[in-house]
Design a protein around this ligand. Structure first.
Ligand code: GLN
Length: 465
């Protein structure tokens, strides 16, 4: 059987292909002469699986999409605090190349418009670095993100440099405002070089997937940027990535994104999928017409909108009750013929999942509430089992809520057994008195035997107990 996904991607391409609106960027000669028939899309899953369709090998310059990644590099090299002193995070609602600074503090509004991106470029390596050092650093980092060696397209670079008065003007404005300290022309040249790096949609989707995968390239496994920087980058992509169309983009597509004037657009859906689309004709905001249409269609068809509320964390905890029974040959154990309550957590658990667990524990084991029939029914259970067998991960707050719930059960003198074969709980036992240690085991059998003695079994109405 063939996967339905490539067929679907081809169908979406054909759907947007007839759209002949827009025209390629005119102010860079090489882009003005681009083959406007080109059209491509790629998806990279966070486990590294790649799908692509259309002209997926055709290279084009990354242009403003580079701004998202160079912002991350600037954060790494100069520190977030310093970057925030120089560049804001507010959407500007202006065109990308507007000569504008925030009135109150003279900072560029955000790193996704040219003023902020040129400032971010100047923060790469260190303030006194040469243009070569900066562009070399950026090219290397972008290549690691894409998972292959990328190159600057010298023709595109020369073409943009020929007519770079506006960006040069922005550079001098930044110098006069005290935002950059180095020579404006050098910084702007470096910025134009960063925009002239060639990529195809598969490279871009891989770079986006690295963002989705908390900064780890999903194919090479290389950790390229810290998760905190990724969050910062995705935040500004969400609010500012599509320039003056950002609000419309968020409501219609709902994926953190960044576009470039060569016709590329990336989208990064955190924890799920990196997406890239390409077609050279642009709308009046400088975003590719067909790529925007493609993203709208993908988001609708595939439920990619980040504010999608159809998946509510309802099923993440299941509660069941089992009776521990000794085997025929086994000596009688005090817990035999007694009940245990099992709470099983599933999936990538965040606050909502851990809250459900805490609530379920209180309901089953707390005082009966007359308004809630059935509550407090298992107060006298001889043990509580928390099964994390099917929990893929716990985020920080989920860990804290679960640790605290376990500590409280132990403080009430309950026996708590945690099934945690993948060590997702990571409770800091060294800092706790032994009386507050839960028993951590690998599987159900070990849990049963700990509670009821060797060889005992469990009788239950539900699943594998
Ligand atoms: N190099 C281009 C510029 O500075 C990038 C703009 C863009 O892609 N929106 O004008």
């Amino acid at each position: 059987m063939r996967s339905p996904i490539p067929d679907y991607l081809n169908a979406v391409l054909e759907k947007v292909r007839p759209n002949e609106d827009g025209k390629p960027a005119q102010y860079i000669k090489t882009l003005a002469n681009a083959d406007t028939s080109k059209l491509a899309v790629a998806l990279v899953m966070v486990d590294g699986n790649v799908y692509s369709a259309g002209d997926d090998q055709v290279e084009f310059s990354i242009q403003s999409i580079s701004k998202a990644f160079v912002y991350a590099i600037a954060i790494e090299d100069a520190g977030l605090e310093h970057v925030l002193e120089k560049i804001g995070v507010e959407p500007s609602g202006d065109a990308f190349n507007k000569l504008s600074l925030h009135k109150g503090n003279n900072r560029p509004m955000n790193p996704m418009i040219n003023a902020g991106a040129i400032a971010a470029h100047s923060l790469v390596v260190h303030p006194d670095a040469t243009a070569e050092e900066r562009t070399d650093r950026i090219l290397k980092a972008m290549s690691r993100l894409a998972g292959r060696q990328l190159y600057v397209d010298e023709e595109v670079y020369e073409a943009e440099l020929e007519d770079a008065d506006r960006n040069m003007g922005i550079g001098y404005m930044l110098k006069a405002a005290g935002i950059i300290s180095c020579r404006p022309a050098e910084v702007v040249k470096g910025y134009i070089r960063q925009c002239s790096i060639n990529v195809n949609v598969r490279d871009l989707a891989m770079m986006a997937a690295t963002l989705c995968n908390a900064g780890v390239n999903p194919v090479t496994g290389e950790k390229i940027m810290p998760a905190d920087s990724v969050r910062q980058v995705l935040s500004v992509m969400t609010t500012c990535g599509m320039y003056d169309a950002a609000g419309q983009w968020v409501s219609r597509v709902g994926i953190p994104a960044k576009s470039g004037v060569a016709g590329g657009v990336i989208g990064a859906l955190p924890g799920q999928v990196g997406i890239a689309a390409f077609s050279p004709k642009l709308n009046d905001r400088g975003n590719s017409v067909r790529a925007v249409a493609l993203f709208e269609q993908l988001s609708r068809d595939m439920g990619f909108h980040m504010m999608d509320v159809s998946q509510i964390a309802r099923a993440s905890v299941s509660t069941s009750v089992a009776k521990i029974v000794a085997g025929k040959e086994e000596p009688h154990h005090p817990n035999c013929d007694r009940r245990v309550v099992i709470f099983a957590l599933r999936g990538a658990v965040r606050f909502a999942g851990s809250e459900r667990l805490a609530r379920a524990i209180v309901r089953e084991l707390g005082e009966p509430d007359p308004k809630d029939p059935g509550s407090g029914e298992h107060r006298d259970a001889c043990a509580i089992v928390v099964s994390l067998r099917d929990a893929f991960s716990l985020n920080l707050v989920a860990k804290r809520v679960i640790h605290e719930s376990i500590k409280r059960l132990l403080a009430e003198g309950k026996t708590v057994v945690v099934i945690d074969p993948n060590s997702v709980l990571q409770m800091d036992l060294d800092s706790l008195p032994t009386s507050q240690h839960p028993q951590i085991v690998e599987n159900e059998k070990e849990a049963r035997e700990y509670i009821g003695g060797t060889g005992c079994s469990a009788v239950t109405q539900s699943d594998n107990w």
